[in-house]
Design a protein around this ligand. Sequence first.
Ligand code: B12
Length: 492
Amino acid sequence: MNILLVYPEIPDTFWSFKHALRFIRRKASNPPLGLLTVAAMLPTDWSKRLVDMNVSNLHQSDLEWADYVFLSAMVVQRKSTSEVIQRSHEAGVKVIAGGPLFTEEYKSFPEVDHFVLNEAELTLAPFLADLEKGCAKRVYSSSEYADLHETPVPLWGLLDFKQYNSLSIQFTRGCPFNCDFCSVTALLGHRVRTKSSAQIIAELDSMYALGWHRSVFFVDDNFIGNKKLLKQELLPALIKWRQGKVGYSFFTEASVNLADDDELMDMMVRAGFDSVFIGIETPDEDSLAECQKNQNKNRDLVESIRHIHRAGLQVNGGFIVGFDNDTPSIFQKQIDFIQNSGIVTAMVGLLQAPIGTRLYERMKKEGRLIKEMTGDNTDGSTNFIPKMDLQVLKDGYRKILEKIYSPRPFYARVRAFLKEYKIPKLKHRLDLNYFVAFLRSIYLLGIKGKERWEYWRLLFWTLFTRPRKFPLAVTLTIYGFHFRKISHLEGA
Ligand code: B12
């Protein structure tokens, strides 16, 4: 049996980091971990090929080779997904689809032959058994949540490592919190389910054996959902594992209460973590109450972020405007907050209501739902009628992007961050790509770019006052270039 695993194209967005990846000659930031995990669950004697359309084209010859196409996608990949389904059918190949887009919206894809929804640990085996008997049903789903102790090591051998900036690993699924706009709990539940430390070490060993020495993204919805287990098992195991190894910086997603636990942050830094993505959402307490992001309430959020920076973890933050409670004053409040916090990578989006969330149900009940969401929360669109005038909301959103990413405030924020950040003592491998990236940044930002004065000022300031942070400063200038490009701002 020949199985073609296909991951459709992700549009060029804030998250694609496409304009930044160009500098280091990589095509995508992360590989499709879901498909690689599914591949490891298929019979070993089946032939498998992976086409991640974010790094290579889907050729007609791939489709001609395949008996089945296994397709995975997020909502944001909807357009490319439909094209893959159509091409597969034209080539006479059956399509088996799974992953978040289909789990939430399979009814919108009448052309797909079989859906294997929810977690493949639960639904794939019954499908394969029926397929063998020649009586495969159209839909396989489950209302249970999988035991991650059963999850195999992803089939890394299918991947062309050179195309990616980072590999991915997953320790937990599920999140204990209850934010009304987030589809993670709808897909994966509130109970934090974990793999064992031995599984994680086996996954790292398998990457290492194949020659990977760069960064690894722990794609957990909330890495610190089970702090006790982290402190007692996983982090000590990671600290031990990385001894004598060069490279391997880790990053992950966590809730802001990370700031309350110095011991945890210290252990994470010693284990090799250097940054975390945190959903800050809004500095407005009433909007936090509205979306039930209670973990962010009643705290000095700016101080929490600075505390995490001082511990050695760079915070990348998610922000949202468009809550019912928001008034036009929110735009300046967000700008001030982001500038004061020193969060360089601030992903600001308009609130959208994903299927399966409580926000979606509320909007439907209130007759405010217009369409399904685009899946890209930074494209300036929303799928429901907001309380604030839509044009005011869109203009205000645009104003935030202009104010935080145009060169002067952006570079000021980078300086504020570098002053605060305690850089971890990680040893990195010398990589020619980084040198090439530096030269490209000199040309594109330091010579051609409108921000050239800010660029050189930052680099000299870093070189003379904080030389160890110089490579990080260069990286951040490149991120700025991507953010300006993606927001269509001057200066890039
Ligand atoms: C890593 C990640 C990313 C990465 C990398 C994406 C990549 N190349 O894989 C990045 C940072 C790029 C990213 C970006 C975004 N992401 Co994202 N991301 C994740 C995250 C945290 C982990 C994904 C992962 O690797 N999981 C681990 C694997 C093992 O799980 P899995 O993919 O779900 O696969 C399992 C099953 O689904 C199933 N399965 C999957 N595919 C298939 C296929 C077949 C054939 C079968 C049988 C089974 C099957 O089997 C697997 C094992 O059980 C998830 C949340 C989550 N916990 O999954 C969100 C998630 C996928 N992202 C989401 C979103 C919304 C986004 C963004 C739009 C950001 C945003 N906040 O708006 C952007 C969109 C991209 C863009 N450029 O604009 C949503 C998707 C919702 C949806 N319905 O599509 C999720 C679910 C988070 C959420 N809030 O709900 N993301």
